[in-house]
Design a protein around this ligand. Structure first.
Ligand code: 4AZ
Length: 494
């Protein structure tokens, strides 16, 4: 038994099955090999959704059972694998994403608990895990199956027998936190397997879990809604100042959005009100781009990964500032978003009243180029930098920072600097402009240069007005008011 996705065609020619094998290289005294007489792919295998990822291979002749070659029992229909069921997966696949098993390629094993289907759907994206699938993994990450393990077994022990619960099928990356691996659920195929094997049928064993499955009442932890309309630049979850170049936990930069053109990540951007996104004009090849090609993803951590806090919205219209030099673009969303822990607007300083002197801590957040991350699971990065002198380039429209390793996928991302307790977007990342060689500084055009353009556009969306100038009152001011009220009340009471 294996996975359907391992076979492009059902022609058995060229395939060999080795049994009793411990390592792929070196001596294997117990090895027995057979050609494949027939490959039976599940008739409803769907390569787009991975549903019914199961195949049967008929060996050219029977093998004799030994201490090294024995059949596993299969989970019978109606088997129950509660959340947390202890499971083992074995294989010769990669030991890390992109890292092949080293010589002499000895068979590996990993212990992973079952993750219930409801929870697994929340984590991998609701709808990706069907009833024909079973998930397993540790939520902290670090233990998983990986490329090359596909088709191999996941087993659980009941009494003295090992029962195969799953077939390694797919996952978003390998061993990523909160992204359990997905397996074909063997117990769903008892009828199909029996219909395909006439003699010497496999042994089916009903696997039973005791107690109520905690997954049966699991609901996705919807993001906590926050009535914080008038506050911008606050990180409500995992707030930190950012490492040098580190992947960030969920919810850290809640204004960060990914702009997709026809379904592909093209640019970063930032949420500046409940329905406006700010990015660079560089994302668009023309000055009047087609809004219907674009989608905005908010509350996102991975480009193609965990979708737990994700929302995607269409774009109503795109307006490009038409000034000389570099330009910005504003995207008006189809609908207003409701702010929560994972979706918050950033502050803008249109009037240029705040100063970020040389040495101020700033950073750029963005997704690295999808080509460099093999298309799947590009993780939001932050790159810390400091405001630097622009030298003889100096002009009030520009801000310079120490150079960063900015990549194409990061264009449109915000350059952020902290003022008091709020994050302000100071500039929009435009890759080519910042790549101009100006010694060891990156040069950015300040947002304030577009002040009148921004005010013109944003005025059409009234709810945004308060946000754009909205910095929350200073904490010390709040404290002062609090004590003043306290003292007055005490005075009145006495
Ligand atoms: C694969 O490509 C594969 N972490 C198998 C299992 C997993 C990911 C990828 C699960 O064969």
């Amino acid at each position: 038994m294996s996975a359907a996705h391992c076979f492009f065609r059902s022609s058995p020619s060229g395939w060999t099955v080795s049994l009793g094998l411990q390592s792929l290289q070196g001596a294997n005294p117990n090895k027995v090999s057979r050609n494949v007489a027939k490959i039976i792919l599940h008739p409803n295998y769907d390569s787009m959704t991975n549903n019914n990822d199961i195949a049967l291979l008929r060996l050219s002749s029977p093998v004799r059972f030994t201490d090294y070659i024995r059949p596993v029992c299969l989970a019978a229909s109606g088997s129950v694998f509660n959340n947390g069921t202890d499971s083992w997966v074995t294989g010769w696949g990669a030991v890390k994403e992109g890292v092949a098993l080293p010589f002499p390629q000895t068979l590996q094993e990993v212990e992973v608990p079952v993750v219930g289907n409801r929870q697994c759907n929340c984590l991998n994206g609701v709808g990706t895990v069907t009833d024909n699938m079973i998930c397993a993994g540790v939520l902290a990450g670090g233990k998983d199956s990986c490329q090359g393990d596909s088709g191999g077994p996941m087993v659980s022990k009941q009494g003295s027998v090992w029962v195969q619960s799953g077939i390694v099928s797919f996952g978003f990356g390998c061993a990523q936190p909160n992204l359990p691996g997905v397996y074909s659920r063997v117990s769903r195929y008892q009828f199909w397997i029996k219909s395909r094997i006439r003699s010497n049928r496999p042994g089916f064993v009903r696997f039973i879990s005791s107690g109520l499955d905690p997954d049966s009442s699991y609901t996705c932890p919807g993001p906590l809604t926050r009535p914080s309309m008038s506050v911008c630049g606050n990180t409500l979850v995992n707030s930190h100042t950012g490492g040098d170049k580190s992947t960030v936990p969920e919810g850290t930069w809640p204004w960060m959005v990914s702009l997709h053109q026809n379904g592909v990540h093209k640019c970063g951007g930032s949420l500046i009100s409940d329905n406006v996104i700010l990015t660079t004009a560089q994302c668009f090849s023309t000055t009047s781009p087609n809004a219907s090609e674009w989608n905005v993803f908010l509350g996102l951590r991975l480009v193609n990964g965990s979708k737990e806090f994700e929302t995607s919205l269409g774009v109503l219209n795109i307006t490009v500032s038409k000034m000389t030099g570099s330009n910005i673009a504003l995207l008006e969303l189809f609908e207003s978003v409701s702010f929560n822990n994972y979706i918050q607007p950033v502050c803008l300083d249109i009037s240029d009243s705040r100063s970020f002197p040389i040495g101020s801590q700033c950073l750029v957040t963005g997704w690295e180029n999808k080509n460099n991350s093999r298309g799947k699971g590009a993780v939001l990065q932050n790159m810390k930098t400091q405001v630097a002198s622009c030298g003889n380039l100096s002009d009030s429209d520009q801000i310079c920072t120490h150079t960063m390793d900015l990549q194409e996928g990061g264009q449109g991302s915000p350059l952020l600097c902290k003022s008091e307790s709020s994050w302000f977007q100071v500039a929009v990342v435009t890759v080519c402009e910042s790549r101009l060689s100006h010694g060891d500084v990156d040069v950015f055009t300040k947002i304030s240069r577009f002040g009148s353009f921004l005010k013109e556009i944003i005025d059409e969306t009234p709810s945004a007005a308060t946000l754009l100038t909205g910095s929350s009152p200073d904490f010390s001011v709040s404290l002062l008011i609090f004590f003043a009220v306290l003292i007055i009340s005490l005075f009145l009471l006495s």
